[in-house]
Every structure is written in structure tokens, then in C-alpha cells.
Design a protein around this ligand. Structure first.
Ligand SMILES: [Zn+2]
Length: 298
């Protein structure tokens, strides 16, 4: 129970909002903040997960191309109109493409809002994970990704080009890293959600054991970047992503050692310090340590 509470911060917020959205419109504020990164790229920012009244879902990138608007992620169900209202303040082009960084409802919740003619793209494992979600069953299966890839895919060309990369398991089994090469911007989805323990969703193939290796591959492969859009935090720099990789590697090594020496998850969490990582929190460390224990027990 404790574990599901810790792991479930984000899911709980999503589940609550979606339950309510099914029957009536929640009496929550429908305002989303928007940040301009470039003339043709804006971010609909993410508020704190856990507050179901104001949590709209993950950071959404709005990329304005010659052919229309591409969205990276679509926030929680019920927030589609708020997303569209913001898009309309910066362009009158229609949304033509959606890229889902991964399966979770706070990133895929408004795929259907933008209509069945929108092209939806995701990693092949994310499509498989999404097929298990109630939100994409029956008639709503038409809002699943139709275009998938395995290792790398390029969409568009020239200034409108987008590169999608997959480097292995981490937050889920299908996390996409989205690069806008002309803008030197990278959207990490929840592979870099916050400065805290990573959420490794083992039910969707996530792995806290693989997490640091996967981030290493990202850092080695994607170099032409100045700005990082994380899953649920303010904008970051490549150095912040590098630091996060070191943090996840440190956390993994710590958990492996603690398990070997027979420490309980609670004891290991209590003795874990984030002091050498400035600005880091410890709210999700227990979930990450638990995930490592569960994986290594197998
Ligand atoms: Zn997620």
C-alpha cells in the first residue's frame, strides 16, 4: 500500500481527474501556462503532480510547421479545450500531428480531442502499452498511434524536421526522446520528469535498473541541444540532464548495495541523501529503491 501511494502520485492525479471527467466537468481551473522557447515552439507547462485540482498533465511542446501544428504529448483527459485555446493564441494552423512520449494518461489524455484525422506517432512498445488502457478501447482505438518506430524515426524536413529516438527501458518500455534539430531543443518526456527519484512503471515495462544506461545513451547520441523540456519541471539545460543521469546511476548503485547488505527498503530510503545534488528532492526516492529491489529479486 505504501508503495502504491509513493509510485502512484502521478497516476492517482490522472485517475481522479479521468473518473470525474467521465461523468461531469470537474470544477477545476482550466488554465494552463504557456512559455515561448522560439517563434515556432511553445511549451504548455506542467503544474505539480498530486494536486488533482490544478494538475493538467505533462509539459506539452507546440511545434508550428508549414504543414500544421505538431504536439508532443496531450496532457490529461478533460484539458483538451484548454490546450486548444492556448494553441489558438499563437497560430491559426490546425493540429495535424501528435507525438506521444509514452503511454501514461497525463501525456496521452487528449489524443481523441483533436480528431481522428490527426496523425499519432509513438514508439512501438508505447502503442502496445496504450492498447491496454481503457481510454483506447473500443471506438477510441482510432486514437492509438498509427505510425510507430523501433530505434529512430525522422518526421518532416529542413526547419520542420523532428527526430524521434528510442534508447531502451526506463520510465516505461517505450519512452521517446523528441529532438527539434533546427531549434536545438530536446523533449525528454518522463525520462527526466523532475529532480527526484525516477518513476519506473514496471507494469508498463519500466526499469530503474536500466534507467541510467538508457540516459547514458541519450547523452552520448544527442549532442546538438541547448534546451531540454523535461516531463514535469521547468525548462532545463543539457548539463541538468547529465546530472540527472549521474543521480539515477548513484541511486541504482546505492539501492543494489543496500539490498546486498540486507537493508529494508525503508531503512535504505531513510539513509539515502540527496545533499550532493542541489535542488533535488527525496519524495520519490523510496519508489525508485523499491523498483530496484523488485527487479533484482526476480
Ligand atoms: Zn509518465
Amino acid at each position: 500500500m505504501k508503495r502504491s501511494l509513493l509510485l502512484g502520485g502521478i497516476f492517482a492525479a490522472g485517475a481522479l481527474t479521468m473518473t470525474v471527467a467521465g461523468s461531469q466537468t470537474p470544477a477545476a481551473p482550466r488554465a494552463i501556462d504557456m512559455q515561448k522557447l522560439k517563434d515556432n515552439l511553445y511549451v504548455l507547462t506542467s503544474s505539480t503532480p498530486g494536486n488533482a485540482a490544478t494538475f493538467s498533465g505533462g509539459n506539452v511542446a507546440i511545434f508550428i510547421t508549414d504543414g500544421g501544428v505538431t504536439l508532443v504529448d496531450t496532457k490529461l483527459a478533460g484539458w483538451g479545450q484548454a490546450v486548444l485555446d492556448k494553441i489558438k493564441t499563437v497560430t491559426n494552423k490546425p493540429v495535424t500531428t501528435i507525438i506521444n512520449t509514452h503511454t501514461h494518461g497525463d501525456h496521452t489524455g487528449n489524443n481523441g480531442f483533436f480528431g481522428a484525422s490527426v496523425e499519432i506517432i509513438a514508439h512501438e512498445n508505447t502503442k502496445t502499452n496504450m492498447e491496454k488502457m481503457d481510454a483506447f478501447k473500443g471506438d477510441n482505438a482510432k486514437f492509438l498511434p498509427k505510425k510507430t518506430y523501433k530505434d529512430k524515426m525522422t518526421v518532416g524536413s529542413g526547419k520542420d524536421r523532428i527526430d524521434l529516438y528510442y534508447f531502451g527501458a526506463g520510465h516505461t518500455s517505450g519512452d521517446t526522446f523528441v529532438v527539434f534539430p533546427a531549434l536545438r531543443i530536446l523533449h525528454t518526456g518522463d525520462m527526466f520528469a523532475w529532480k527526484d527519484g525516477p518513476l519506473c512503471d514496471r507494469n508498463n515495462g519500466g526499469s530503474c535498473v536500466a534507467f541510467p544506461q538508457t540516459l547514458s545513451k541519450v547523452i552520448a547520441s544527442i549532442k546538438e541541444v541547448d534546451t531540454v523540456i523535461p516531463g514535469h519541471s521547468p525548462m532545463q539545460k543539457p548539463q541538468d540532464l547529465q546530472e540527472y543521469q549521474r543521480f539515477t546511476a548513484y541511486l541504482l548503485a546505492y539501492a543494489e548495495e543496500a539490498m546486498k547488505s540486507g537493508k529494508s527498503v525503508d531503512a535504505a530510503t531513510a539513509a539515502f541523501s540527496v545533499d550532493r545534488y542541489v535542488g533535488y528532492k527525496k519524495e520519490r526516492v523510496k519508489g525508485a529503491i523499491q523498483a530496484v529491489y523488485d527487479e533484482l529479486k526476480k
